[in-house]
Ligand binder design. Structure first.
Ligand code: PCA
Length: 326
């Protein structure tokens, strides 16, 4: 009896050792700070995958550009330097217009509209990335973008010649159309950029403003409700296909859960973060009708430019979007 038990135990030990050897480790560079809900969602996804795969897949999140910087993360995943990563999706706009449709001012600016836009554009986004060897796992929106400034802003004339923080080609174009000077600054560098005088205004969401303590360097926040841009998390397709089938299933299941949770957390922070800004002494106001009208006009022009670039495929997505939000 004892002998049998011993050999059974031995076999079990071998098995568990085998499992330990079979453990797959993935690195996941991400651009944003640990305090951002997007990053918390990534950590939760990694933990859930590990648990649901019984430890077979261990994803290590490297947040805040610590392993690879935001503009280089896509390439790193594509080339297999890392297996999985997160980026700000509209960054890919210069590559293909479909990636930046969610960052056109006043086009799809509520969560409901953002959801509709994702539904009509997801197939094109996923297909284009898969052609480049990247499988989309989940896409989560930031709350709508608000405008932060040191002094009161009532019209674009108040911004003439000012230095505006931008985060991609489109926000740079927006700044130019607003008469401001665009300066690219990653979210993690916002406090230094303000304190060293490189920028004096910015578009971002209330949660990022809380993370970067916007009250230390700006006083006015305008609830512009300008656009709802998304992050995308993708995996190198070869790395994904190399997983055992059961683990692939876990990754896809947990990705769907992460996307749903991310949307919920985004909406929760959209409600909570503005309170935090006010509690810290910021002046939160709706945008003036004049400023809104000027921004809307710029947004319309940007949508027109987008349609020219995106051609018939783009037009089809826009038409499907309008049909859906009716
Ligand atoms: N926060 C990030 C992306 C959009 C947002 O709300 C940033 O400001 O860079």
């Amino acid at each position: 009896m004892n002998k049998i038990l011993l050999s059974l135990l031995g076999a079990l030990a071998c098995l568990s050792q085998g499992a330990a050897h079979a453990q797959i480790k993935w690195d996941m560079p991400t651009p944003y700070a640990d305090t951002e809900f997007q990053t918390k969602n990534d950590y939760q996804f990694a933990a859930d995958v590990k648990r649901a795969s019984n430890g077979a897949l261990d994803i290590k999140v490297h947040s805040a550009n610590s392993l690879i910087k935001n503009p280089e993360i896509k390439r790193a995943v594509q080339t297999g330097q890392v297996q999985i990563g997160e980026i700000f999706k509209p960054n890919l706009g210069p590559e293909d217009p479909v990636f930046e449709l969610d960052a056109i001012p006043f086009f799809a600016a509520s969560f409901r509209e953002a959801q509709a836009l994702l539904e009509v554009s997801r197939p094109a986004i996923s297909e284009k990335l898969l052609k480049q060897g990247l499988r989309v796992l989940y896409m989560v929106p930031w709350p709508s973008q608000a405008f932060f400034a040191k002094k009161p802003i009532n019209s674009v004339a108040d911004l003439k010649g000012s230095k505006m923080r931008t985060y991609n080609a489109q926000t740079a174009r927006l700044a130019q159309l607003m008469g401001a000077v665009p300066t690219t600054v990653q979210a993690t560098e916002i406090p230094q950029a303000f304190s060293s005088g490189i920028i004096d205004s910015m578009f971002t969401s209330a949660p990022t403003a809380v993370t970067t303590k916007a009250w230390d360097y700006t006083r006015f926040v305008y609830d512009t409700q300008a656009w709802v841009p998304k992050n995308v998390v993708f995996v190198n397709e070869r790395a994904f296909q190399a997983l055992p089938e059961a683990v692939r299933k876990v990754v896809l299941e947990q990705a769907a859960i992460a996307e749903k949770r991310g949307w919920e957390w985004s909406q929760r922070d959209n409600d909570e973060s503005p309170k935090e800004l006010v509690k810290n002494g910021m002046n939160l106001a709706p945008i003036s009708p004049a400023f809104r009208a000027e921004l809307k006009k710029i947004g319309d022009q940007m949508l027109e430019d987008w349609l020219k670039k995106a051609g018939p495929d783009g037009k089809r997505i826009i038409d499907a979007y309008y049909a859906r939000i009716k």
